[in-house]
Design a protein around this ligand. Structure first.
Ligand SMILES: Cc1ncc(COP(=O)(O)O)c(C=O)c1O
Length: 373
């Protein structure tokens, strides 16, 4: 089964370790284990002693009760039986698409987004109908366009909310309108919600699962929880037949998630407010740095991100995005992600939720480079 190379992952694999100023990162500044334990009110020495007694079996095959309760607490009204832990959100997306989509189906998928959402269905032989998000529409889904694209063969409508790379966040009334269209054609809505949790106004955004019986939410510990190293994500779905079908497939490619990943994720979810408080502060500070930079830098513009950890910054210079990103790395030590990784030109993705100092210096160096082009 041929699958297209995953552009953004290949880009990061090739360049991430070579950066001096990392503006490619999409996680909110990742936590060390001792930082996590402190945020959760645990004594690190005591906790590590407790870990020493943990037997490294396969653990709870479908996730420990504490973990599933913690995940379910992120949603308005689903019991913990309705969540399935996976290997990251990447495992969750894969699981859902491979389970629900077949040859001959079509999938309507917002673009730009995480490439899994269009390249996996394409590799299965499904028809992918991109719903292009546009700068002039603030990167929000165009409902007329969606209405036109969805038909009786649409198995899945995929959104990414908040969106990577644009940092846009679909308001509830628009999500409700998307649900109406999905209902009309009988499609599931897969909402990749890995960046859900920290919005500018502080709200915990509504999940698709709380708006649609055939809504499927994918989340993970990686981004807003700052714990990508745990490699723990999940699928949350109201529809029990989706759960059963995903679990049946999961026996073939997952068995269980790691015992330590499960334990630490459950702990973090039990203290989510402390982690969110830390991360809200980082994001607010860094978003202000980005805003100020865009304001004062000639020839750059963006749709101001209102959620998530990334922004798509347009540079009005005559240079291909990949060439610009490579020059930024080689000449200035700054890692950005070229728009080309998302099939876009004229822009680079900036991940702004990492270290404030690196962000400030990195942005200044981008301005310097643009002045030289
Ligand atoms: C939109 C989106 N979905 C899924 C993932 C994968 O995340 P995880 O680390 O949970 O596997 C990413 C990672 O960048 C992402 O941006």
């Amino acid at each position: 089964m041929y699958i297209r190379p995953f552009k953004v992952e290949q880009w990061m694999n090739e360049w991430e370790t070579k950066a001096v100023y990392n503006l490619g990162e999409t996680c909110v500044d990742s936590l060390r284990i001792d930082e996590l334990l402190k945020l959760c009110g645990e004594d690190p020495a005591e906790y590590l002693r407790k870990l020493g007694g943990v037997r490294l079996t396969y653990g709870h095959i479908e996730g420990s009760p504490e973990l599933r309760r913690g995940i379910a607490s992120l949603y308005g009204g689903i019991p913990s039986d309705n969540v399935i832990p996976t290997h990251g959100a990447i495992g969750a997306n894969y699981q859902v698409i491979m389970t629900l989509v077949g040859r001959g189906d079509n999938v309507v998928c917002v673009k730009p987004t995480y490439q899994q959402h269009y390249s996996i269905p394409e590799s299965i032989g499904a028809e992918v109908r991109p719903l292009q998000l546009k700068y002039e529409e603030k990167f929000l889904p165009n409902l007329d366009e969606l209405n036109r694209l969805a038909d009786k063969n649409t198995k899945l409508i995929t959104i990414n909310n908040p969106n990577n790379p644009t940092g846009s966040w679909i308001p509830d009334e628009t999500t409700r309108a998307i649900v109406k269209i999905a209902e009309r054609v009988g499609a599931y809505v897969l909402s990749d919600e890995v960046y859900r949790g920290i919005s500018e106004g502080g709200e915990y955004m509504t999940s698709i699962v709380d708006l649609y019986d055939k809504g499927i939410s994918v989340g993970s510990m990686s981004k807003v929880f700052s714990l990508a190293g745990l490699r723990l994500g999940w699928i949350a779905a109201k529809d029990m037949s989706v759960r059963e079908a995903c679990l049946a497939r999961r026996d073939y490619d997952t068995i269980s998630c790691g015992v330590l990943d499960d334990m630490l994720s459950a702990l973090a979810l039990g203290h989510k407010e402390s982690i969110f408080e830390r991360n809200r502060t980082i994001i607010a500070k860094n978003r202000a740095i980005l805003d100020e930079w865009v304001e004062k830098t000639p020839c750059v513009e963006y749709v101001r991100p209102t959620a998530g950890t990334t922004a798509l910054v347009y540079c009005r210079k005559n240079i291909a995005s990949r060439e610009l990103s490579i020059r930024l790395l080689k000449e200035k030590g700054v890692l950005t992600t070229p728009g080309e990784c998302f099939d876009l030109e004229g822009c680079v993705r900036i991940g702004y939720a990492y270290d404030s100092k690196q962000l400030q210096i990195g942005l200044d160096k981008i301005a310097e480079m643009l002045g030289e082009i």
